[in-house]
Design a binder for this molecule. Structure first.
Ligand code: PA5
Length: 464
């Protein structure tokens, strides 16, 4: 595996009594092994079909790559309509691998359509999108595993209507692909009726675990990203997740460290990449960790209110905003740094004038500066006895991003197993979805509407 995790600063040897003692590994050996086995034994079964995604067949991958080639040539803009797990993978990977100002590059330098991932139904955002894209040269991928999500269905209805008006029905159809569960849900039925291209999502692949399925792969192919390298990285991380030896299994060891940290009162997990391209991998992680581990009951039905609140920060930007709190506030956080050894490009700090006060900067590169600041922040946190660890990628490319996201997924699955909760459901999210259906008058949700309307609300407690 190319990814490395340095967890020295989680240990008592670095941060004193607030750290984890060496004896914890021995004491919890049975728990760790049980978690490892339960996750590995369930691979490819039930809700763990995501474990099989990186081993996609040549023919299925070929279909996705052919779609990508076709769309890449034809589209000026490519729009993903989806939300949550149906959008965050595309956002995280595309922003890691594309030029940071991809959409502003001229077409010949971009070599791919402009990308927009529309993961909200703010009306101003939809209007803004339609102000900047010409639907006649735009291709849409409507991604919803359930095929029922109100946000995505609404977006789809709006754009399909516009496409039909602009191009006529036959041409409009060619601009829509649908990624959903085959044979299930409103969107699948519509896709069959209208004759859209359909990419299937396996029944046992949940939204937040779907980036290695067609949910992620079809957009990546349309953008000309290295899909094969991405899957190779995922397979490397999957292989490492099998290791019994903790130091060879980064996802297992860090799941355990977070599990221990939670027991020590660290109920906040700060994900802090020091690389702009990785900014949205922190969003990806936050959804995965929050939606998977935040559960009211455990697998025995006992009320546990499990979970650790993930939050994101960006190095170095948030050194000037959040780090004061991390260094001197409550001892309730683990900070996970993501470091990059070698940036894809660098810039030397130069100055032809003699400014003594800036002398120390001259001759260094921005890459050296960002990494020195990361090491300095790690040092300051550790000196203040704050738990932190560092994930290092040698560089950002399709393979290392594949490793990183699969590492996150196994880490989450192992942590869920240690907490003895159902990692793969999301009853809290479903409750909100049902209430939305009810409030918008969907048939079959009449009693839910009554429940929502009768929820206690008192004007006495409204301010302003
Ligand atoms: O991880 C999840 O399951 C959720 O975040 C879903 O991805 C999100 O709610 C969207 O669901 P769907 O893909 O069914 O539209």
């Amino acid at each position: 595996m190319k990814l490395k995790v340095d967890y020295n600063n989680m240990m008592q040897s670095s941060i004193g009594e607030r750290g984890i003692g060496e004896e914890a590994f021995e004491k919890n050996a049975a728990l760790i092994e049980k978690a490892r086995k339960s996750v590995l034994d369930s691979r490819g079964k039930g809700w763990q079909q995501w474990c099989d995604s990186p081993y996609i067949s040549e023919s299925d991958l070929g279909k996705i790559i052919a779609y990508g080639d076709r769309v890449r040539k034809a589209a000026e803009s490519y729009v993903v309509l989806g939300i949550g797990g149906s959008a965050l993978g595309a956002i995280a990977v595309a922003s890691s691998l594309l030029h940071l100002h991809h959409n502003e590059l001229p077409r010949e330098k971009r070599n791919a359509p402009k990308l927009y991932v529309e993961d909200n139904v703010d009306p101003e955002r939809m209007n803004a999108l339609l102000d900047v894209v010409d639907v006649k040269t735009t291709y849409f991928n409507v991604i919803t595993k359930s095929g029922e999500t109100s946000e995505t269905l609404s977006q789809f209805l709006i754009v399909y209507d516009l496409l039909k008006k602009a191009l006529g029905k036959e041409e409009a159809k060619k601009h829509i692909a649908v990624t959903t569960t085959i044979g299930k849900g409103t969107l699948y039925a519509l896709a069959v009726k209208e004759g859209f291209e359909v990419f299937g999502v396996e029944a046992g692949v949940g939204g937040r675990f779907s980036v290695f399925s067609s949910v992620g792969l079809a957009p990546f192919a349309a953008l000309g990203l290295d899909v094969k390298g991405f899957l190779k990285g995922a397979r490397e991380a999957s292989k490492a997740a099998e290791e019994k030896s903790l130091n060879k299994n980064p996802s297992l060891i860090t799941a355990f460290l977070q599990y221990e940290a939670m027991k020590n009162g660290c109920n906040i997990n700060v994900m802090m990449p020091y690389c702009d391209g990785l900014k949205f991998t922190a969003d990806f992680f936050c959804q995965l960790w929050a939606e998977s581990l935040g559960k009211a009951t455990d697998l025995n039905g006992k009320t546990v209110y499990a979970g650790q609140t993930p939050t994101k920060a960006l190095g170095v930007t948030d050194q000037h905003s959040q780090v004061q709190l991390y260094t001197e506030g409550p001892f309730d956080k683990v900070v996970t740094f993501i470091a990059v050894d070698k940036f894809r490009g660098d810039r030397t700090i130069t100055d032809d004038r003699e400014i003594d006060a800036c002398d120390f900067l001259k001759g260094h590169t921005l890459g050296e500066l960002i990494n020195a600041e990361r090491v300095a922040t790690t040092y300051a946190l550790t000196k203040a006895n704050r738990a932190n660890f560092t994930i290092t990628l040698p560089e950002v490319n399709a393979e290392t991003i594949g490793e990183l996201l699969m590492y996150f997924m196994y880490q989450t699955a192992f942590a869920g197993a240690m907490l003895n909760i159902d990692t793969f459901n999301q009853p809290g999210v479903e409750e909100g979805k049902k209430a939305t259906f009810a409030m918008l008058g969907r048939k079959g949700y009449e009693s839910k509407l009554e429940e929502v309307e009768n929820a206690p609300h008192d004007d006495k407690y409204v301010a302003g």
